[in-house]
Design a protein around this ligand. Structure first.
Ligand SMILES: *[C@@H]1O[C@H](CO)[C@@H](O)[C@H](O)[C@H]1NC(C)=O
Length: 360
């Protein structure tokens, strides 16, 4: 087992070293690629890592539209984002030069301009396994694709078929799910472990995630950034009570999923079932793990505890109106599941230094 994971790690490191070199080789394609890669809209699917408030009107525990959430957001507003400030969808849209905040598709009074530049369909508690969303009362991954169909119809009615098709095909799409399938389903509830051992469950998740990605591609998404599963064993809520160590089995499951899905994304990229499509696997696992292993290097003082507490009950509605720590910028984790805005910013920066260019 240990040597398998060492082998896996070596492979991943090797791939990470090769990618930047590959980017340096074709010197000529700079300007042309920049024009060709023009991005006018960003769309995000996923779970609470990227949900900016789609769950606000739901009867669910997976909500964050009350203090202390949002205490460092512009205006100190608790929008439903599961952090002290902005979340990765906002950061991706901002760094791509599209807009500063990526709004939720549900519940907000969206203007035409919001629809033209992209929205988020993600729902806190969701996953690739359809069973994961049920106890969380979240919008499943399939439900999010249905919302995307609804969005496309709305856009078509507003701007006409041709313009709608342009917005959809020039957009960039990200998906971030899988953490709940492991932490809040397989490792928490009885059904899936009765049906699958861990490695066959991970295979099932990979198959669901590939099917999700292919459906999105068939619906018109040409550039898809697949963000993997974070090192969930390192979330304060998943560590053994009071332990400084990350929980190894959860992390190994996340690593296994990520290594399999990154191969699948390379395969989809080669196959080109729909011409001129681009798929890229984007790493959140090692990028976040690096912060957790070297907090001081990034200006953090606390890598294991959450600013709002560290048990499974120190997140979402369970901390409604509770006080957060006064020094969130010292913490990697905001609550017992979700990173702080500062940690997210560093991770998203790393994605742009790595293979984001593959999607341009
Ligand atoms: C993914 O799609 C294939 C082909 O339609 C199907 O056989 C498979 O069961 C699907 N996987 C999951 C997990 O639903």
């Amino acid at each position: 087992m240990a040597s398998f994971y060492r082998g896996l790690l070596a492979t991943l490191l090797f791939v990470n070293l090769l990618l930047p070199m590959a980017l340096l080789l074709p010197c000529a394609h700079g300007a042309a690629a920049a024009a060709k890669g023009k991005i006018s809209a960003v769309f995000v699917f996923g779970d609470s890592i990227v949900d900016p408030g789609n769950n606000n009107n739901r009867i669910t525990e997976a909500r964050a539209d009350f203090p202390p959430y949002g205490q460092d957001f512009p205006g100190g507003k608790a929008t439903g984002r599961f952090s002290n400030g902005k979340v990765p969808g906002d950061m991706l849209a901002s760094r791509l030069g599209v807009k500063e905040l990526l709004p939720p598709y549900i519940g907000e009074d969206l203007q035409l301009d919001d629809l033209l530049t992209g929205v988020v369909f993600a729902s806190g508690g969701s996953g690739y396994d359809p069973l994961t969303s049920i106890p969380a009362v979240a919008t499943s991954s399939t439900g999010q694709l249905e919302l995307f169909i609804d969005y496309k119809e709305r856009l078509k009615a507003l701007v006409g078929e041709e313009e709608a098709t342009r917005v959809i095909s020039e957009g960039i799409y990200f998906t971030v799910m899988g953490a709940n399938d492991l932490a809040n389903n397989y490792f928490l509830l009885p059904l899936r472990p009765q049906q699958y051992d861990l490695s066959s469950y991970v295979k099932f998740l990979v198959s669901s995630a590939v099917n999700f990605t292919m459906k999105l591609n068939e619906m018109g998404a040409k550039r898809i950034g697949f963000i993997g599963i974070p090192p969930i064993g390192c979330c304060p809520s998943q560590r053994k009570h009071g332990s400084r160590e990350c929980e190894p089995l959860r992390n190994q499951a996340a690593e296994l999923f990520n290594s399999e899905i990154s191969k699948e994304m390379r395969r989809l990229n080669v196959e080109q079932t729909i011409p001129s499509s681009k798929f890229a696997y984007l790493d959140i696992y090692y990028n976040l793990l690096d912060l957790i292993q070297r907090p001081g290097f990034y200006g953090f003082k606390e890598a294991g505890e959450g600013c709002c507490g560290s048990t499974v009950l120190n997140a979402a509605i369970f901390i409604k109106y509770h006080h957060a720590c006064p020094n969130a910028h010292d913490y990697i984790f905001w609550d017992s599941f979700h990173p702080t805005e500062k940690a997210y910013n560093i991770v998203v920066d790393k994605l742009f230094q790595q293979n984001m260019q593959d999607l341009m």
